[in-house]
Design a protein around this ligand. Structure first.
Ligand code: ZN
Length: 251
């Protein structure tokens, strides 16, 4: 027998009221970064990829028309590609989760007692006494649907009511990439065909994106900004070089 305190130790104390389960954890900030993280990284992808694409084109031709055309094609192609990739990834993850839950549900239907013992052992591992753990497991298993839900959570951390939406993930990747990719195009939209404003605007935006990323890390903002500026600038510079080489040979 353990010497832990049980409610019988304090018979005069009224038991503390249970909080609404929906409110538990709501006082913690989303430690995964929530929407900010994918949005910022999507925008950064769009910015780096389209800045580099435009510079590559500008390295190969002095005609502004194909540069502008490539910039918009790059925005559309990149945003669609991000959306398709994100949709496929989130959808297949959800399908995998559903298949695993289905498998667990069959296991529980077939071997209820073994699954009950398995659940009890997980509670014991969390510090619950064996007799209490067995009783809790038995109560959970009195409703098979509930049993499946609890097993899915405890065994592989899946909550079928809380799966991310593939459409939402695809839509937000599309938007964030497009927002980043439009930035190097802004001077061209205003009819400024020189490459200097595109470079200036893009480098400033790279610094901004890098600085924003540090909001979810513990690096200083100027470090994140400079790092992103150097990496994105190098990508664009190298693509400019490729464009110059290919443009000199092939066009
Ligand atoms: Zn199980």
């Amino acid at each position: 027998m353990s010497d832990r305190r049980t409610p019988d130790d304090a018979p005069d104390q009224p038991s503390y009221p249970l909080p609404d389960p929906a409110t538990i954890g709501s006082e913690h900030p989303d430690v995964t970064g929530g929407w900010l993280r994918p949005a910022v990284f999507g925008a950064s992808d769009g910015l780096v990829s389209n800045f580099a694409l435009i510079m590559g084109m500008a390295g190969g031709t002095t005609d502004p028309k194909p540069v502008i055309l490539a910039g918009f094609a790059g925005l559309a192609a990149g945003a669609f590609s991000m959306a398709v990739g994100e949709y496929t990834s989130v959808a297949s993850q959800a399908e995998f989760a559903r298949a695993e839950v289905e498998r667990e549900s069959r296991e529980i239907a077939r071997h209820d007692r073994a699954e009950q013992a398995e659940l009890a052992s997980m509670f014991v591992a969390k510090g619950v006494d064996e007799d209490v753990a067995r009783e809790v497991a038995q109560q959970i298993h009195s409703d098979p649907e509930n049993a499946v839900r609890v097993h899915a959570r405890e065994e592989f951390g899946v909550d079928l009511t809380d799966l991310p939406s593939p459409m939402l993930a695809a839509g937000s990747s599309f938007l964030s990439f497009a927002v980043g990719a439009i930035i190097p195009l802004v001077p061209l939209l205003f009819g400024i065909v020189s490459v200097v404003p595109t470079v200036t605007v893009s480098l400033l935006a790279l610094f901004g994106v890098g600085a924003v990323v540090t909001a979810i890390t513990d690096r200083p903002w100027w470090f994140g900004g400079l790092r992103q500026l150097i990496l994105g600038g190098a990508a664009a510079g190298l693509t400019f070089l490729v464009g110059s080489l290919v443009g000199g040979v092939a066009v």
